[in-house]
Write a protein that binds this ligand. Structure first.
Ligand code: GUN
Ligand code: ZN
Length: 432
């Protein structure tokens, strides 16, 4: 039992979805407080009320820092940490030239352990307290990430990446339908719901799987319906044409998942840029989540996600870096890229929507909003504290702000890990 700690500062939380309710969904306290006890949020309110209610609690005063729920990166590839920012290719060439050779290195458990630790420490430095990550085909890559997450107390969602199709995957980076099923099941049994770990069934995408593999992973998901399932969908037009050639009988890209039992409410579909009307309808009908990866979509040249249109139809959307296809580990930079893509589509996102996507939106997509992504009593105490004046350029802009949103937006657009004043994981200050 740790003694209760009162975190004092500005606080921001949401009482609903700002895409539905507008910025009024946000509740901002200029001088607020969050009481943390035994890894959970025990009280939230004004600093005045909480200091009166909890006079014995230890205090951490973040001053003018803005206390938020920890950022949640809903789609990433931790094994791509060391090859982030690789130049000049589009998706299929990028996978073959940079990604697959790097992922082969994870056959070595020592390398997997080194990158897992490095990756999670980079996340914490960027205020990201939870991630949903792909691993590689190697079970040891999953062990390494969950082990490193457990050591840091982080809520991490992850799974063994499955890929067995000869011709689309290189020798040395291929499993089989049977081994994918067996290894995924073993890892799931070992890690799912152990502490803060959640196992995610992870077919990479339909081009790298045989129909047999998609089918057995669909069966595994049916056996474990409380697990999430993550994959990629309609990221680039070349990729969609490739899927059509590999699955000529499919109605569309989503159908290659649907017919094998890989479409469902707990499904996470990364990118989802070039969707057909039928695909949008089906995704909405089943209540699946789309994961927007804006820095990746600009970096690999994939296209402009239709945030406003898709949210307006009621689809669940999370926000993610997609590192190392994404060009940054920072969810601040990711929010900035989401804003820029919104601008290019003529629908700028409000700062309340950007912050909501990086916290509540991702938590809802991951079906974990009862635990993370909010400053509310009973939630796990994962917090990020932003310094809204972290560089001279940001400070001079926020100094003349008329309200919270104007004070926060320069940090969203120009901020990086220097803006992370503190990161708290399960009540423990790990940064700051
Ligand atoms: N599609 C299949 N695998 C990947 C990957 O690793 N990154 C991205 N951006 N798209 C993919
Ligand atoms: Zn991805």
């Amino acid at each position: 039992m740790s003694s209760p700690t009162l975190h004092l500062g500005q606080t921001l939380r949401f009482e609903g979805d700002p895409f539905v309710l507008g910025p009024e969904a946000a509740v901002h306290e200029q001088r607020g407080a969050v009481l943390v006890a035994d890894g959970r949020i025990a009280d939230v309110g004004t600093a005045e009320a909480l200091t009166a209610r909890h006079p014995q609690a230890a205090r951490v005063d973040h001053g003018a820092g803005l206390i938020l729920p920890g950022f949640i990166d809903a789609h990433a590839h931790y094994p791509q940490t060391a090859m982030i920012a690789s130049w000049g290719k589009r998706l299929i060439d990028w996978l073959n030239s940079y990604t697959f050779p790097e992922e082969m290195r994870f056959a070595d458990p020592a390398y997997a352990a080194e990158i897992s630790g490095r990756y999670l420490d980079i996340l914490l430095a960027n205020g990201t307290t939870s991630v949903c990550s792909y691993c590689t085909i190697h079970p040891g890559s999953v062990e390494a990430l969950f082990t490193a997450a457990e050591a840091r107390g982080m809520r991490v969602f992850a799974g063994k990446t499955c890929m067995d199709r000869p011709g689309t995957t290189p020798d040395g980076l291929r499993d089989t339908a049977q081994s994918a099923y067996d290894d995924s099941k073993t890892l799931l049994t070992r890690w799912h719901r152990r502490g803060r770990a959640s196992y995610v069934i992870t077919p990479r995408f339909s081009p790298t799987s045989t129909p047999e593999q998609l089918e057995v992973l669909g069966a595994l998901w049916a056996e474990h319906p409380d697990c999430l399932m993550q994959t990629h969908l309609s990221e680039q037009t070349d990729e969609i044409a490739w899927v059509k050639s590999l699955y000529p009988q499919a109605r569309d890209y989503l159908d290659t998942y649907e017919v094998y039992g890989l479409l469902g409410e707990r499904g996470l579909y990364g990118h989802a840029i070039h969707l057909e009307p039928r695909e949008k309808d089906r995704l909405r009908e089943v209540g699946a989540a789309l994961i927007h990866c804006p820095t990746s979509n600009t970096f690999i040249g994939s296209g402009l996600f239709d945030m406003a249109g898709l949210k307006a139809t009621g689809l669940s959307v999370g926000l993610a870096t997609d590192t190392g296809g994404g060009s940054s580990f920072s969810m601040l930079r990711t929010m900035a890229a989401a804003y820029e893509i919104g601008q290019l589509r003529g629908t700028p996102l409000h700062p309340s929507q950007l912050i909501w996507l990086a916290t509540q939106g991702s938590a809802q997509a991951l079906h974990a909003a009862d635990r993370i992504g909010d400053l509310a009593v009973g939630m796990e105490a994962d917090l990020t504290v932003l310094d809204l004046a972290s560089t001279p350029a940001i400070a001079q802009r926020s100094a003349v702000a008329q309200d919270l949103w104007e004070a926060l937006f320069p940090t969203i657009m120009m901020g990086d890990d220097r803006a992370i004043a503190a990161t708290v994981v399960a009540g423990r200050m790990v940064q700051g």
